[in-house]
Write a protein that binds this ligand. Structure first.
Ligand code: SF4
Ligand code: SF4
Length: 469
């Protein structure tokens, strides 16, 4: 005979009146029961893609260099063939805004499905749960192990679990820090004990953060710390797809024999087996209605569908559906808010691609020397400047420096050769060659042009100062 482990703790309050608490309400650890099904498979796909993206791109090379690398020392962000500089941060900010709109779109369409299928917190938690399962057993074995006194077996299982958690955390931390410092050197330095203190600190920090978040905090991050969960509920509307229990079909809930007629017993389709509660990673009972704590992972849908199959009932007692559909209407997918987000996203992606194409691959900053002016050997009024020229391309480039038309003459180096990504600090001076054009302050414009591609050019204005005549 199999022992039935209660999904919920039964407590007694107020003169013997029993109330039942979900695992989340009981405050104890949530031991989820593993379950297979189509939504579990989708979670595997989502998590697999996220892992591939996260670990794969950290180790991928592109054009002889790490494909994605945020070089903090040089203030350059390399992503595949492109290099971004601090001056390009507006483009990176635009990318974040596009991602935020994507998240809004998904949330209005299907609630917290991002949380259940692709969020790093959930994905790493699923991996840690899997490590827990292979070391400590399935749900009922883990509950028993929790209650059992310490023994050699319990110590071995616990130690193996934590060692696995720490191994996953360390690999994660190395990949994450590897986006900021070349990952191959990082791993080599770690294993030859040559890691510098700052890098060592960040590896330790992200190992600890992964271990604590996915091993110990788990659903508490989703419930109490994640800002997205706070505002996503205001984005729901009556047509948003959410995981819902069909109370009209399920109630009254209760046990019955397979093959018996539930209607004759005054029962709905819910057999009150509590499997949907046992599989829930946030420890809630979806039959209590829509809750902020639900991360839309679909585990309870898979679990209940399999129970319905066993009972010979139609699937979908718990399903992804909308409030409108639950009340007998039809879910409207094409609705103004959703279309608005989609249009805004398409426009922003188009603008981003265009901005990427026309982004100047030379940068020129001009700083005027603190000395206002001086007189040169020829008796001309002269001002000094420092030009900061950056070659943002991946090739060595030759540039010409000049001044736009005006009563000035440029003195200093006019031809430059810059290596890929090189920053040149160039001192120059400008002389006023037409005394009749002398005023106390006049605008002038420096220009830098790529000699191999004259369409690639930049110009920056500054001020020329002269004494009153
Ligand atoms: S799994 Fe389905 S049948 Fe079982 S308690 Fe949950 S809703 Fe009811
Ligand atoms: S209620 Fe269902 S969909 Fe929501 S978090 Fe729990 S198992 Fe996942």
């Amino acid at each position: 005979m199999t022992q039935r482990i209660p999904a919920r703790i039964i407590e007694t309050v107020d003169a013997g009146k029993p109330i039942r608490l979900t695992p989340a309400q009981s405050g104890g650890p949530i031991h989820t029961r593993s379950f297979s099904g189509r939504f579990r498979n989708w979670r595997l796909v989502g998590g697999g893609l996220l892992f591939l993206l996260f670990f794969g791109t950290a180790w991928l090379d592109w054009d002889g260099r790490q494909a994605v690398l945020w070089d903090l020392g040089k203030q350059q962000f390399h992503i595949f063939g492109a290099t971004f500089w601090p001056q390009d941060f507006i483009l990176l900010s635009a990318l974040l805004i596009i991602a935020a709109f994507g998240l809004f779109f998904i949330t209005v369409l299907a609630g917290r499905v991002w949380c259940g299928y692709a969020c790093p917190q959930s994905t790493w938690t699923w991996v840690f749960m899997w490590a827990e399962k292979i070391t400590e057993g399935d749900r009922h074995q883990r509950i028993k192990l929790d209650a059992a006194p310490w023994s050699a077996g319990k110590l071995l299982r616990r130690t193996t679990k934590h060692a696995l958690w720490l191994a996953v955390s360390l690999v994660t931390a190395l990949a994450f820090v590897g986006y900021f410092t070349p990952v191959r050197e990082l791993v080599r330095d770690l294993f030859t004990l040559q890691l510098d203190a700052a890098t060592g600190f960040w590896v330790f920090f992200f190992t600890a953060a992964t271990y604590v978040n996915a091993g110990w905090l788990r659903e508490k991050v989703c419930l109490h710390m994640c800002p997205y969960s706070r505002f996503q509920s205001v984005m729901f509307d009556r047509d948003t797809l959410i995981v819902s229990y069909d109370a009209a079909r399920g109630e009254s809930r209760g046990a019955r024999k397979i093959g018996s007629d539930p209607r004759a017993q005054g029962l709905g389709d819910c057999i009150d087996c509590t499997v949907c509660v046992q599989v829930c990673p946030t420890g809630i009972d979806i039959r209590d209605g829509l809750q902020l704590d639900c991360i839309s992972c679909g585990a309870c849908v898979d679990a209940c569908d399999s129970v319905m199959d066993k009972m010979g009932y139609a699937r979908g007692l718990i399903r992804y559906t909308s409030e409108r559909a639950l009340q007998g209407g039809r879910t409207r997918y094409l609705r103004p808010r959703l279309v608005g987000y989609a249009v805004a996203m398409v426009v922003m992606i188009g603008a981003f691609v265009w901005a990427l194409q026309v982004r100047p691959l030379i940068s020129l900053d001009v700083t005027k020397d603190r000395t206002l002016f001086r007189e040169n050997a020829a008796g001309q009024i002269e001002n000094a400047y420092r030009l900061k020229v950056i070659n943002k391309t991946q090739q060595t480039r030759q540039y010409a420096v000049s001044l736009a038309a005006g009563p000035f003459e440029l003195h200093g180096q006019r031809r430059l050769s810059l290596e890929p990504g090189e920053i040149l600090d160039l001192p120059v001076s400008v002389a006023l060659v037409d005394e009749t054009a002398r005023v106390t302050a006049r605008t002038l414009r420096f220009e830098v042009v790529d000699l191999a591609d004259p369409t690639s050019r930049v110009g920056t204005e500054s001020t020329f100062v002269a004494p009153v005549r």
